[in-house]
Design a protein around this ligand. Structure first.
Ligand code: IPE
Ligand code: MG
Length: 220
């Protein structure tokens, strides 16, 4: 979800306003996902690298995250949405961690949409934490297939369906440490639209493009 800062700067507004408007786009994306029959949606809210932003922006983003979660949880639950958070929780404020755990527990039985929020997330972090855990489980004589399935199970996205479509807004053509392992066969959609302007129509456009792809997974 890239482009909040530029959206605000283009309007001579503080970056914070861009993040606030980005929140609206998150709601639209969730609604669009449900309307399009999407099974799982993962939103990249805050990366491992975003910790290096100025402290006031980091604080703004954390507060926006906790307030939004607090305000929207009831409605998400009513809509049968299951919430999950992926990322390194250790540097997150205690308040955020508690809210996240409570939201995951409360929505655990929901089925309509799996909504996954990547916060303090990095694809490299995910691979490294999985490797660390799988090495504890798998012995030396673990065969390749068993190792691979243990590794997959140790990734933070375990239980989510395979990743089909990646959408990056904001004009950059890069993956920026998102779901590195999981992106292996995803279709990649890049758009210049800044995240606050990303609408239900933008979402539908990406899904329609995805539906037109011929996916061979290395076969012919
Ligand atoms: C949102 O966009 C991404 C977040 C980290 C919340 P940016 O804040 O990266 O916006 P730009 O790239 O400066 O426009
Ligand atoms: Mg950016």
């Amino acid at each position: 979800m890239d482009g909040n800062g530029r959206w605000a700067q283009q309007r001579m507004l503080p970056r914070t306003v861009g993040h606030q408007r980005g929140r609206r786009a998150v709601r639209l994306a969730i609604e669009a996902a449900i309307e399009q029959g999407v099974e799982a949606l993962t939103l990249f809210a805050f990366s491992s690298e975003n910790w290096a932003r100025p402290a006031d922006e980091v604080n703004t983003l954390m507060t926006l995250f906790t307030t939004t979660l607090r305000q929207e949880l009831d409605e998400l639950h009513e809509h049968d949405i299951r919430l999950r958070f992926i990322g390194d929780r250790r540097p997150l404020p205690a308040e955020a961690r508690e809210l996240m755990e409570a939201a995951e527990l409360r929505t655990a039985g929901n089925q309509r949409l799996q909504l996954c929020i990547a916060i303090s997330y990095g694809g490299r972090w995910d691979i490294l934490q999985a490797a660390r855990r799988v090495n504890e489980i798998c012995s030396q004589d673990c065969d390749d297939a068993a190792y691979e399935s243990a590794f997959e199970a140790a990734l933070s996205t375990h239980g989510l369906p395979p990743l089909d479509l990646f959408i990056r807004t904001g004009g950059e053509r890069r993956v920026s440490n998102f779901l590195l392992w999981q992106l292996a066969y995803a279709e990649l959609w890049f758009t210049d639209t800044l995240w606050p302007d990303f609408s239900k129509d933008s979402f539908a456009e990406a899904v329609a493009w995805f539906a037109s792809r011929d996916r061979r997974f290395g076969r012919i």
